[in-house]
Design a protein around this ligand. Sequence first.
Ligand SMILES: Cc1ncc(COP(=O)(O)O)c(C=O)c1O
Length: 370
Amino acid sequence: MEVYHPTAGKPAKGSEIPPVSYLKWYIPRLKEMRPHNLSFSGLQFPWDLDSIDEIWKDHRGPGIDDRRLVSEMYDIPVENVLLCHGATQAINIAISSASRGGKVAVEMPSYGPLSQSARILGLETIVVRRKPTEAAWEIDRDEWKDALSQVDLLMICPQLNPVGWCYTDEDRAWIVQTCRDNDVRIISDEVYSGAIKDWKPFFKEGDNCISLSSLTKIHGLGQIRYGWMIASKEIIQNAENTFHNMAGIMSSPVIRIAERLKPRLNEPVELIEEYRKLNLPVLQETLERLGINWTPPPYGVFGAFKVPGINTMEMIDTIGKEHGLLAVPGCMFDSGLDEWLRVGWSIDHESFCKAVKVLETVLRTAIYIT
Ligand SMILES: Cc1ncc(COP(=O)(O)O)c(C=O)c1O
């Protein structure tokens, strides 16, 4: 049977390089432009940009430091920041610059590049999992303790894709302390965390911790490929060397667009709050009518729930397609999530209400058939 979730294991080169099955499955379906789209894990923000003169020209000049936007966002020196083209590239650069050659523990469920990139960079990976409860997904400390004693690097995504829940405070504190005790560095993908008001980025936990993010999810600007990583000055030096070797320099149009939008970067965060207030109750009522038990995560624009007895990929590819509905099956993120469905509430209220009505029809039909 074909598997779609990310895989762990030995270093991988050439034909052994694992696919990001999620993107292979998702991009063609996104291109179909299905009218009811609940598949987005990022905010769909109605940006309207005037044209920028000579956007293609080199933006560099005396006194210009590209990193200032991010250094001001986090209130840190520019020497702790590396800019790059999206969080996905930051993942690769962070691994290259922080690894000391040992095995890497990778958290599942996951966005494929987060758990698989280390293998392409010549490192072996082992899995640690977060597991469902009624609310926040939790770690199995015995499993994590054993894994963390074998590795020198840990890859995590605190606000977990596809479920949207963060660690409990107790799990987070335990992970930070156990990594400190075992001399493990942490790479934390925080692309979804910017919507959490009192979020404490992992890099604040110590010099062994790296945070990375981008303008893709919270700001709805995935197209421009603007990302960053934050780490100790020593690790950022390694990261700069990696970036120069593997990517060269930042694209000037990307920097110019981000600088133009800088005064407005708070607007999407406010819209997320509005969409949560308007859209979430509609989804909760719908799921209740269907007898599906679900507690939404307290932040962000997506979540996932289990539909017992239903293979959600099959459902989206058949009944979903017929009704023009797109949402993301849980099987893209880990084994054992075949009955889970990820749904986003990141679109305007009117479109959301229409799409959720269709979702109800699709779920009812699937449940009736089985
Ligand atoms: C956890 C996580 N990190 C990163 C990304 C992609 O970020 P970017 O577009 O900045 O590369 C995604 C996209 O789905 C994701 O889920």
